[in-house]
Design a binder for this molecule. Structure first.
Ligand SMILES: [Zn+2]
Length: 167
């Protein structure tokens, strides 16, 4: 069985929001435990981590990278916001839609607002330098990774099913 299935099943029935991330994570951990006192390493997946490392280098198949590889795409503008080319950094942190998700994640985790204008690498670095305990920083890191992975899956889901707001 695919290791990702646990947080993806029934997903298309929901709008993407922090509830989805919370539900997904709560299948692996007890979110009622205070101050992130849980075993974080059981609920990250190699697949989501690999995805984010590839996204940092813009090696995931966005419209922009596909065009750069020679694919004939008439337009690579993000259809969600119409304001920028669709790069991995745009889809995962910079898009207006994505920023709202990050704001909710930030509220939920109780950390200061992070810079969503820069690169994915900068954002992860910023989270890693938070004035929090090592365990909390690890938890935040995993939440950030899973959030990006879910955002990506959500976009692809919309593209392939042609729902409104397709990426
Ligand atoms: Zn956008």
């Amino acid at each position: 069985m695919d290791r990702d299935v646990w947080y993806w099943s029934n997903y298309e029935q929901h709008e993407f929001n922090t509830k989805i991330v919370r539900q997904a994570l709560s299948q692996q951990i007890d979110l009622n435990v205070p101050a992130f006192e849980f075993h974080w390493n059981r609920w990250t997946t190699n697949k989501s981590l690999m995805f984010v490392w590839r996204a940092i280098e813009e090696k995931v198949p966005t419209a922009t990278t596909l065009r750069n590889r020679g694919m004939n795409l008439p337009d690579v503008i993000c259809k969600t916001c119409g304001a920028a080319d669709k790069t991995a950094a745009h889809v995962l942190i910079q898009c207006n839609f994505t920023k709202r998700i990050w704001e909710k994640i930030i509220n939920w985790t109780g950390i200061p607002m992070v810079n969503t204008e820069g690169s994915i690498k900068d954002l992860l670095q910023e989270l890693n330098e938070l004035q929090r305990s090592k365990n909390v920083r690890k938890a935040i890191h995993v939440i950030a990774i899973q959030t990006m992975w879910l955002l990506w899956k959500n976009r692809n889901e919309k593209v392939f099913s042609n729902k409104q707001g397709a990426a």
